[in-house]
Write a protein that binds this ligand. Structure first.
Ligand code: ZN
Length: 225
């Protein structure tokens, strides 16, 4: 068993973290999240096995707070899109509600992938199990920052969880989340994530274009790849 919880004994100082952004194939450069996936890819794409020792992980040194603020901002914005989608649907603006909803899902899915990346990189300090409105979540804690993700969205080793069989029930959770911890914009946050983690929110859109009357327009963020 190998724990993915940061033991504080690694190379990361408290100001920076080393994040594994992926394992590129030495032959064609395509990056995969895990070593075994490069082995599978190499066998099927290049027709021969590859030595595990030839697969070198690609890491980035990041400012811890920059990373946390960016995830925080996109999480907050996702919740805003969720509220907007509900509101616009109620007042009959169905096309706008659909646009809000597509962006909401893209941001939540991007957040889940980032948390998965941080977990695999041993950057997470602790994981707890929470129950909010009858749904189970993992609570990821990294220094003074914390993020929830539904347990069915992210596979983790339950031996890394402090209370795997004894979830803490939270009531009125969203009401207590009004404080804003960063003035960083969504654009700044998404560009940071794209540049530092090679993840573009546009790749998470369930559909790239939306219809509005007889027009069609891009559903994502034009400043991203
Ligand atoms: Zn390849």
């Amino acid at each position: 068993m190998s724990s993915k919880i940061n033991s504080k004994g690694g190379t990361a100082s408290s100001d920076t973290v080393t994040v594994v952004v992926g394992y590129p194939c030495p032959q064609c450069g395509v990056a995969k999240p895990a070593r075994y996936q490069v082995e599978d890819h190499h066998q099927s794409a290049h027709g021969e096995p590859i030595q595990t020792t030839d697969i070198i992980k690609n890491t980035r040194e990041l400012e811890h707070d920059d990373l946390m603020k960016s995830v925080y901002k996109l999480n907050k914005q996702a919740r805003k899109y969720a509220d907007l989608a509900e509101y616009n649907y109620k007042i009959g603006k169905k096309a706008t509600a659909k646009a809000n909803s597509v962006r909401k899902k893209a941001l939540y899915d991007l957040k889940t992938d980032i948390l998965s990346l941080l977990y695999r990189s041993d950057v997470v300090d602790s994981i707890r199990c929470h129950k909010i409105n009858n749904r189970l979540y993992w609570l990821f804690e990294m220094e003074s920052w914390s993020f929830h993700v539904p347990v069915d969205h992210l596979d983790i080793d339950t031996t890394d969880v402090a209370n795997p069989n004894d979830p803490v029930e939270l009531v009125d959770f969203h009401k207590s989340q009004k404080a804003n911890r960063t003035s960083r914009s969504l654009k700044e946050s998404l560009l940071f994530i794209q540049n530092k983690l090679d993840l573009s929110a546009n790749d998470y859109l369930s559909q790239s274009h939306l219809k509005y009357g007889c027009d069609s327009y891009f559903a994502g963020w034009s400043y991203l790849d």
